[in-house]
Design a binder for this molecule. Structure first.
Ligand SMILES: [Zn+2]
Length: 365
């Protein structure tokens, strides 16, 4: 190949030197930079596709970022921006209105036949789950547009087979009360009594009627022992689906007949999956819960432990449809308080693959 042996040796030597230099440079990088690069590498971009490169420029900034005191007003702003940026890749609508007239937004991502409902912001003080839900939605949209993978998950493929129905904030009134209190509300006496005469509303879980939206579904509702009257938490209301928010969610679920649902709550780092399943569904759902737990590292709550809880959304979903439903409690156990919004990145990383894994697993089932 090389007639001149010297030239061949010189080229080999230069190649070796360059390779050595590259290696030593890699080693010189501070750990932090290498880690950042690794994180960036997780999303692999197909550079050959010119259309994708154009889209990447549009994708420069993430719209869903950590936002302290995340309220309906902020959610609405972010949803409008998402729609402006990615209107070809999502459908934004509303499934009804809250007691105080706020919209219950639905963001549909994907075009697949399999349907997964993802619900956040069920409880007032859990607004961080609204932020997390939207962050996941945005992440999947952006990966799809770039033709990118999230770790090993091919979003284009997944979103062809699966449609995610994100309801980021089921309880906008409750979120507002937990963050801004009742200054702007009439009927202050009602809220003060429901809050045990405390003017600190940070622990508020209920909707604006003082009803706990996760105790509103037809799954042992009659038997459920809870607060007897409007309360900051744990009042099940006068009847199942008596509240516009729980009714809207139940109606959407009946209409779409989701293949699986995930409701994000806080806190505890746990996954609830059980509700008196018959043997066959029991095994299926337990295996799914284990697979999700392998992704986010949260503890699976045992069947017996879970038995006391009822009339929740996932309980009703499992009972009515005999399909897998999960309540995922994000964040370390924190008593009657909101989780800190600066932890969004942590909750996001933990749960980023959970919905994707679920989508893949129920597709092969
Ligand atoms: Zn909750």
């Amino acid at each position: 190949m090389f007639q001149d042996k010297k030239l061949y040796l010189t080229i080999t030597l230069i190649t070796l030197l360059l390779a050595l230099l590259a290696c030593s440079r890699e080693e010189e990088k501070p750990q932090k930079i290498i880690e950042e690069q690794r994180n960036n590498d997780k999303i692999k971009v197909n550079h050959r596709d010119k259309e994708n490169i154009k889209n990447q420029q549009k994708l420069a900034d993430s719209i869903i970022v950590k936002t302290p005191n995340y309220t309906y007003t902020m959610l609405k702003k972010q949803l409008i921006k998402l729609e402006q940026n990615y209107n070809n890749y999502l459908q934004l609508s509303s499934i009804g209105k809250s007691v105080q007239g706020r919209k219950l937004y639905l963001l549909k991502v994907g075009t697949g036949k399999e349907k997964i409902g993802v619900i956040g912001g069920v409880h007032g003080r859990e607004g961080i789950t609204s932020l997390l839900t939207l962050k996941l939605a945005e992440d999947y949209i952006r990966a799809m547009i770039r033709g990118a993978k999230i770790n090993n998950y091919n979003l284009t493929e997944i979103l062809k087979k699966t449609s995610f129905y994100f309801i980021p904030m089921l309880n906008p009134d409750g979120v507002e009360i937990a963050i801004n209190g009742i200054k702007k509300l009439d009927n202050k006496e009602f809220y003060l009594v429901a809050n045990q005469n405390s003017s600190d509303f940070k622990r508020w879980k209920a909707n604006a009627h003082g009803v706990d939206l996760n105790k509103q579904f037809k799954a042992n509702w009659q038997k459920l022992k809870a607060e007897k009257r409007p309360h900051f938490a744990h009042y099940k209301g006068p009847s199942p689906e008596s509240e516009p928010e729980s009714k809207a969610l139940a109606e959407l679920t009946r209409q779409e007949e989701f293949d699986a649902v995930v409701a994000f709550h806080s806190s505890g780092d746990v996954i609830y999956w059980y509700y008196n399943q018959a043997e066959e569904s029991y095994q299926r759902d337990y295996q799914l819960a284990k697979a999700l737990s392998a992704k986010n590292g949260y503890r699976i709550v045992k069947a017996k432990e879970s038995d006391k809880v009822a009339a929740g959304y996932k309980d009703w979903f499992i009972k009515k449809f005999h399909r897998p439903g999960f309540t995922i409690e994000i964040g370390s156990e924190i008593n009657e308080k909101p989780l800190p919004s600066y932890e969004l990145a942590k909750y996001f990383q933990e749960n980023r693959e959970v919905l994707l894994e679920l989508a893949l697993l129920i597709n092969t089932n």
